[in-house]
Design a protein around this ligand. Structure first.
Ligand code: NAG
Ligand code: NAG
Ligand code: NAG
Ligand code: NAG
Ligand code: NAG
Ligand code: NAG
Length: 322
């Protein structure tokens, strides 16, 4: 598995070697404004001139012809940043997530996906991650020590306004074991307020009241004004530690913020297990926006199969899949 990943990664790097811009390597946050899912070619980073059918690092979806023409006339409906908090060493998960999101379309929304780390401390990770940035430009490295419930989510939100060249409408914090169906996600956000908005899967499991408690860390969204507020607020600054999703709920309650809230049940849920441990999990449903707790390949594959993720595969003489 790992060696085939490395082979693909190295092949990609080799193929695009002569186009690589060396100066933009490390400073991911600043220049990172490309997207693996954005169908608008204007905002993609320059693709290698040499087209090649071997390297599947960039989506090749061809169903966006009409959208592209439209989007040149009108700006995207809204812009969403999905920050997937993960660890530098989780190469294979990133490889999978790039495939899963790089093959989806997002309708009239612009959805940019970035992987978010704290300081990289391992020498091997430094090299591989630098190559990933050169190829994909989808990594943000924050100024923090890697942790889960010790302020990484605070550092993520509070850093965004400074490190990004332009604001978004929304920023999401997501886990690396959740699968989003981007077009459904975009559709659900389209009619919602762009300000003072907090969106996700409300905890506890059985609750349907987004004004009580908080949104699960599996994947929740803050509107950009709330991201800016987190950056400035002493309420957030003085209360960084604790379960990362719960503290976000605490900030918003103490700050009397997020008067617009949207609880996305039952469209978001934990992967169905035979004997549910709680009501956060239920069977797959067609109107799904996200499935969480995809801890291993088997769960990813079952989920991708249920949602027909490979339906777009074009027939060719070059391959055959049963
Ligand atoms: C890509 O091709 C265009 C036109 O052929 C050329 O002007 C440009 O310099 C090339 N870019 C790179 C990075 O090679
Ligand atoms: C992409 O779409 C165009 C127009 O819809 C079509 O002519 C072309 O053959 C398609 N290309 C591929 C690779 O499917
Ligand atoms: C673009 O739109 C036209 C008319 O709305 C339709 O006939 C055509 O099939 C569409 N092309 C693609 C590639 O979706
Ligand atoms: C990074 O964090 C350290 C420790 O919190 C701090 O001393 C330093 O000034 C920060 N650097 C930047 C560039 O923000
Ligand atoms: C992260 O690394 C930078 C230099 O790469 C350093 O200046 C900073 O203090 C580190 N931050 C933490 C929190 O360790
Ligand atoms: C997947 O495709 C099958 C066969 O076309 C269809 O019956 C099913 O509804 C699709 N599933 C979803 C979630 O769209």
């Amino acid at each position: 598995m790992v060696s085939s990943f490395l082979f693909v990664a190295l092949a990609c790097v080799f193929i695009s070697m002569d186009q690589v811009q060396l100066h933009s390597l490390i400073n991911a946050g600043r220049s990172a404004f490309s997207s693996i899912t954005n169908p608008n070619p204007n905002s993609l980073s320059p693709t290698p001139n040499s087209t090649n059918s071997f390297c599947t690092c960039r989506p090749t979806a061809n169903d966006s012809e009409n959208f592209t023409e439209k989007s040149e006339l009108s700006p995207p409906e809204f812009r969403l940043l999905i920050g997937i908090l993960t660890l530098p060493g989780n190469y294979f998960r990133r490889y999978l997530l790039r495939l899963v999101y790089g093959t989806q379309s997002t309708g009239r929304a612009q959805i940019d996906i970035k992987f978010v780390f704290c300081n990289i401390t391992n020498e091997d990770d430094r090299v591989i991650v630098a190559l990933e940035i050169m190829r994909h430009d989808d990594i943000i490295i924050l100024n923090c020590t890697e942790n889960m419930n010790d302020g990484k989510t605070y550092t993520y939100f509070s850093s965004l306004p400074e490190i990004l060249p332009e604001p978004y409408d929304y920023a999401m914090k997501a886990d690396d074991d959740i699968y989003f169906r981007l077009d459904r996600l975009a559709k659900s956000l389209e009619p919602l307020p762009r300000f003072d908005m907090y969106y996700g899967f409300v905890i506890p499991c059985e609750s349907m009241d987004p004004f009580f408690q908080y949104m699960s860390g599996m994947g929740f969204i803050l509107s950009w004004d709330l991201v800016e507020w987190v950056r400035k607020s002493s309420i957030a600054r003085n209360h960084k530690d604790g379960p990362e999703d719960m503290v976000v709920g605490d900030w918003l309650r103490e700050g009397n913020k997020a008067r617009n809230r949207f609880n996305n049940k039952p469209a978001m849920y934990d992967y169905p297990i035979p004997v549910p441990i709680d009501t956060c999990s239920h069977e797959f449903i067609p109107d799904t926006i996200a499935v969480h707790r995809l801890k291993d390949n088997d769960k990813w594959v079952r989920t991708l199969r249920y949602f027909n993720a490979t339906d777009g595969l074009k027939p060719s003489k070059l391959y055959h899949l049963p």
